[in-house]
Design a protein around this ligand. Sequence first.
Ligand code: PSU
Ligand code: MN
Length: 303
Amino acid sequence: MIRIRPDIAKAIQENRPVVALESTIISHGMPYPQNVETAKRCQEIIEEQGALAATIAILDGEIVIGLTDQEIEQIANGSVEVLKVGRKDLPVVIQKKQNGALTVSGTMVACQMAGIRFFATGGIGGVHRGAETTYDISSDLEEFTKSQVAVISAGAKAILDLEKTMEYMETKGILVLGYDTDELPAFYTRESGIPLEYNCQTPEEIASICAMKWNMNLEGGVFIANPIPLQYSYPKAEIDQAIDQAVQDMNRLGIKGKKTTPYLLSRITEITANKSLEVNMQLVFNNCQLAAKIAVAYWKGQQ
Ligand code: PSU
Ligand code: MN
C-alpha cells in the first residue's frame, strides 16, 4: 500500500536527510496553477540545501512517497477527484483505491510508516474559533502526540483560536519550538501576542532537541514554528479583517467539518485579491528551507 521512490527509500535506509511535503496544500489549499508552481519550488529549495524532497499523496489507493511532476499536476489541476485525507480517512481511501491529498495528520502518519523525520508545510490545523460549542479541533494536533515527526510551519492561521490551540498542545505534552521568535507566529504575520516557551537560534539546536526527544523514546512529534520573513509579512489589521469576513461568510453559509479549512483559505484568497496567496507561497518556501537545514543538521549530528 506504500510506494517510495527508490532514491528516497535508499536515503531513508542510509539515514540521509529527507524532507516530506504534504498534498492538501496543493489540492485544497491553493488554486491552480500557483499550487503546482509552489509544490515544485518547494522541492527545489529542499534539494538546494542538500536534502531529498518527498511530496506525499494517495494515488489509486497507494500511498506514494515522492510524487513525479506529472503526478503533482494530476492532483493539482482538478481533473480528477482528490479527497482530503487525514489519519482517520487513510484506510477507507486506500481500500476504495481513491486519490487523496494528505493533511498534516495524514502526512505525519505516512512519514512514520516510511521513516521520514522532517516535514515542511504552511500552517497546521488547530482549535477553531467557537470550538467551545462546535468541538472543531483539527486531528493535526492529536497527531503530534503519536507520530515521531517534526513539522516545520509558520504557526497557525488566525482562522483558528490560537490561544486555545496553544493550551491544547500544552495539555497534550506537545513540544513547540520557535525558530528565532518569542511568540507564536500567526501564519501571514509574525506576531500573535501569544508567548512561546522555547526560542531556538539555530537549525542545529532544533535538530539536537528532536534527536534527544526521539532517543529518549518519547512518542510524538515536534511543532517547529517559523515566522514568515519580515519583508513578506502581511499588514496585521488588513489580514485580520479578511479573516473575520471569511469566518462570518462561512457561518452564514453553514459550512462545517472538513470543508471548513479549505473554504476559509479560498475565501481569504478571494477577499485579498490573491495577495494572501503570494504571502502563503513565500512562507511555505521559508519553511522548506528551514526544514531542510534541520534535516541536514540532524543527519550530521548522527555521524
Ligand atoms: N492551514 C493552512 N493551509 C492549509 C491547511 C492548513 O494554512 O492548507 C491544511 C493542512 O493540510 C492541514 C489541514 O493539515 O488544512 C487541516 O484541516 P482540518 O482543519 O480540517 O483538520
Ligand atoms: Mn476540523
